[in-house]
Design a protein around this ligand. Structure first.
Ligand code: NAD
Ligand code: ZN
Length: 375
């Protein structure tokens, strides 16, 4: 509304469209120990016909393990084992799509990703590229996917990334590491079976779990925070503290970390991550350092931004006897530092969330170099 000189209302302005996100959530989810056993029953109505297989992309850590016998293979379904040693790449997605196109005359009935964030992201990307031509790199960015992806199911075997709920799949492309952020990325079905996370090595359990913890800290301390994000972020943070600082038994801990991951993912869906993620992208781009450990390597040095969060993080590290590697950036050249800094500073929405629109007044290349040098 506006007032004229005589303080009379002269006209009403239409509310400005500030474009709230209208983002998709996973429409179906099963939670519970051994819920993986329901997979066959869940997939059955989604089978198009006997020539349209289900493709199971499975972390190769499960090769030869009992989990594989439980995969409900029928007709010409296929299991493809994939290593999670490296983060997913666009050309890896394209190679899997090509392999499927060469092997089958029909589109698959669906893609099922079984593993950590790496396998979940691959499954999402393959489901997209099967119906959208031109290769995965073409769709890195925001809302570039035109056509509906094929039916895809996510089954996490390690908790923390929130990849099971997010509308992105993070891929290393020829030019950049960037997500395919789209409404077609989100899984159609997720199965949360905490028993599948048994057997995760302790360090990895910590690093991937800390991804969730850092999602919470960055979301809850960000300028984009709103009641939606806060409600999920606070719950996820409480669960992380119970898991990493409480007295839970192993089964409770697995259940709670799985739900922390879910809530942490929901929290950032409606806000954004922050400083640790921006800088971790630099480490990952230049040195191939994986997301979870990369976040930890940066976060330990972020007292200036997240004092309380870093203090609790240090307690968690001590409690679980985690020693982070050091000297990672010791021998980097000026040019290499510059690459990391420019990748990190390119993550504009993350900085805006962390520090507001005028973030460049606080964040300079020198400041980031100083932090990287400590890692
Ligand atoms: P990961 O998938 O990279 O796996 C880490 C390690 O744990 C691997 O060695 C894997 O083989 C092993 N592992 C997984 N489950 C196991 C089990 N049950 N038993 C024994 N070993 C097991 O781990 P992550 O941290 O979940 O995922 C990292 C990836 O997720 C990165 O590529 C990152 O970019 C991506 N990510 C995506 C999103 C998203 O929203 N899409 C969010 C955060 C991170
Ligand atoms: Zn993360």
């Amino acid at each position: 509304m506006e007032l004229n000189k005589d303080k009379k209302i002269v006209k009403s302005k239409a509310p400005k469209n500030i474009g709230y996100r209208n983002f998709p959530m996973v429409p179906r989810v099963v939670f519970g120990k051994d819920s993986f056993d329901q997979l066959g029953e869940i997939l059955l109505p989604k089978r198009q016909h006997s020539d349209a297989p289900f493709i199971f992309l499975v972390d190769d850590v499960f090769e030869g393990k009992s989990l594989i016998e439980k995969i409900p293979l029928i007709f010409n379904d296929q299991i493809i084992f994939v290593s999670a040693d490296e983060e997913p790449k666009t050309d890896q997605v394209d190679a899997i799509v090509k392999q499927l196109q060469n092997s089958f005359s029909e589109l698959p009935s669906g893609i099922v990703g079984i593993g950590g964030g790496t396998l979940l992201d691959l499954a999402k990307a393959v489901a997209i590229v099967l119906t959208n031509t031109g290769g995965a790199a073409k769709y890195q960015g925001w809302d570039l996917v035109q056509k509906e992806s094929i039916y895809h199911v996510g089954i996490p075997t390690i908790s923390g990334t929130g990849a099971e709920v997010s509308r992105t799949t993070v891929l290393l492309g020829p030019e950049r590491k960037l997500g395919i952020n789209s409404d077609h990325t989100t899984f159609d079905q997720v199965i949360l079976d905490p028993n599948l996370t048994q057997g995760v090595p302790k360090e990895q359990w910590f690093y991937t779990g800390m991804d969730c913890y850092i999602h919470c800290i960055e979301s809850l301390n960000g300028t984009f925070l709103n009641a939606f994000s806060q409600s999920y972020g606070e719950k996820a943070l409480e669960l992380c503290k119970e898991v990493y600082l409480g007295e839970l038994n192993e089964a409770e801990s697995r259940d709670k970390l799985m739900m922390a991951s879910w809530h942490g993912g929901m929290s950032i869906a409606y806000s954004q991550v922050g400083v640790a993620h921006a800088m971790s992208y630099g480490l990952s781009y230049l040195l191939g350092i994986k997301h979870g450990i990369g976040n930890c390597l940066v976060f330990q040095h972020l007292e200036e931004f997240y004092a309380e969060g870093v203090a609790v993080f240090n307690q968690m590290m001590q409690r679980h006897d985690i020693e982070l590697p050091n000297g990672i950036c010791a021998n980097l050249s000026d040019q290499e530092f510059d690459t990391m800094i420019s990748v990190a500073m390119g993550m504009v929405p993350l900085w805006e969330n962390a520090l507001g629109l005028h973030w460049r007044m606080t964040i300079t290349p020198e400041k980031l170099r100083n932090i990287y040098e400590k890692i």
